[in-house]
Structures are given as C-alpha cells and as structure tokens.
Write a protein that binds this ligand. Sequence first.
Ligand code: NAD
Length: 311
Amino acid sequence: MRFLITGAAGFLGSALANRLVQEGHSVRGLDDLSTGDPSALSPEVHFVRGDVNDRPKLWTLLQEIDCVYHLAAKVLVPESVLYPREYNEVNVGGTVTLMEAMRDVGVRRVVLISSGAIYGNQEIQPVSEDAIPNPRSPYAVSKLAAEYYVKTIGRLWGIETVCLRVFNAYGPGQHLPPVHAPVLLNFLRQALQNGTLVVHGDGTQTRDYVYVDDVVQAMIAASTAPGVDQMTINVGSGVETSVRDLVKVVISVTGNEPEVVYNPRSDGGPARMCADLRRAAALLNYHPSISLETGLRLTLERDPRLRPRNG
Ligand code: NAD
C-alpha cells in the first residue's frame, strides 16, 4: 500500500514509517522538524520537510496515497497550558487543512492518532470509548476537536476515518525536551544519572503505559481492518500503574538508587487512567504483549541517550 504519515520524523511516526517500509509498503513522510529527527527514518521512507498546514504541499504528497496516518501535532500538555493558540493552530487547524486536502485529492482512509488525554478524570476504569470526554488541557481539547473534524469531514466527503486514542506511549526515540519531558523517559534518565525523580502529586495517580511496538501494531491494523469507519478505538496496555509503582520498576531496571521527591502541591493530573481494550481486540485484533518492565529494558537497550554515563 501507499501511505502518507504526517509527523513522520517524530517518536511514533518514525517507528510506524520504519515498520511499514520493512513490510514492503511505500511510505511518504511529512514533518516540519519542530521536534522531529529525520535521521530516525529508514532511507526507504520518502521524507519531505513541511508544515501540515501547507495545502499545496499536501496536494502533491497525497497523490496516489491509499491511507494517511495523521500524527503531526504539538504534544506537551504543560506547554499547551501556556500556548493554547499554537496548539489550536497545529493540532486543530492542521487536521482541518489535511482533511480538506484529502477531500480535494480523494484518499480512501485516514487514521488519526488521538489521545487518552481527552478522557480526563473518569470514575469508571478501565475507561471505554463510550465515556463522555472530560479534557483538562488545551492539548486534550485540541485532540478531541481534531477527532470531531476528522469524523465530520470524513462522513461528509466519504473518507473512511479511524481515531486511535493512544494512552501513555513510551520507548526509544521519544522526544526528550529539557522541560516538560514525558514522565517515564524522564525518570529513566534521572535514575541513570543518579539524579532526582520528582513525583507530582502523591504518586497514587495511575496511568496506562504502552510500549511503542504495541502502538505500531494497532496503527498498522487500523489501515486495513474492515468495519472500522467512523470508529474511535483505545490503544493502551490495559494495565494500570501508579506513579509510585513506576518509580519502583525504574529503580529495579536501572539498578540505581536515585532520590525520590514527592511534590504534593503540584497537580498530578487525572487520578486514574487505564484503557479498556475490548474494542481494540474485537476490531483490530489488538493484543499488547510488552510488559512495563520489558518495555523499560528495551528502551534502555535501544535508546543511545539513556546509556549510563560511566557504565
Ligand atoms: P512527537 O513530538 O515525537 O511527534 C510529533 C511530530 O509532529 C514531531 O516530529 C514534530 O516535528 C511534528 N510536527 C509538529 N508540528 C508540525 C507541523 N505544524 N507540521 C508538520 N509536522 C509537525 O510526538 P509523538 O509522541 O510521536 O506523538 C505523535 C502523535 O501521537 C501526536 O499526534 C500525539 O498527539 C499522539 N499521541 C502521542 C502519545 C504519546 O504518549 N507519545 C499519546 C497519545 C497520542
């Protein structure tokens, strides 16, 4: 098949692109390199630098494409609190631009990579796709708005749409900014450097951490699965892990004894998050197979930024 991936030079986009070319597909990748790294891409991926809001570029890139994976986005929740306008422009505006261009060119299917963040606080866990969204940040609002645009424009113009709500994905190559770094990679880095693990809130909040290879499995299935048009599907590990337990696993896999500091006054985010995976199993035959401990070990092995300094 012929794919276009937006956000192809990012963490999830590059893992997906590399897997698709390995499987013999033809892949074009678009990324503005605001955080992405094109050297993460296999040379077989046809990479183009550009903005997801650039319609003429999209028209060219979309020619003869069977399925688009839309991942280009700004992804840092705390940053979105400071700069909501930018999150709206890229995550919502970029999605609308892409959908318009897909309508103009005529593409059969789009897979939007949405986020478990749209659920916010939910009483019932694991959370199913039927829960009423409760976004708590401009990032979460932007992902939810993108879902609505994708489904609505798709329905109006006969484009098949699948929205995957990915929970806390992690793995080698995840973007590691100096501030607002994702918790899991940040803990690994701090532990390896014998730094401090700062836990926001009391650490009892839970998350669903899913390894990148499992996410890629779901993304690949979403491009060809039958009966998924207009569907929204959770993608996680289905395992609920508290931040306190995450600290224990990080300490165990790194073998180091970093200092752990709790900051009960800072907001630890939603109390619980765990994906109900029944729909993903039924529609995508999705069965995540990598445990948190194994995923952390693989991340340590495969990410050169996480090599111990004196080891
Ligand atoms: P990432 O930052 O590594 O990837 C996003 C990519 O989009 C980057 O390479 C960036 O350069 C590119 N980009 C940003 N603005 C752009 C623009 N205007 N035009 C073109 N490209 C642009 O993050 P990621 O973790 O790989 O996330 C990929 C997608 O998955 C995002 O849509 C994100 O919302 C979604 N998601 C990620 C997670 C996770 O835990 N990593 C969870 C849920 C959803």
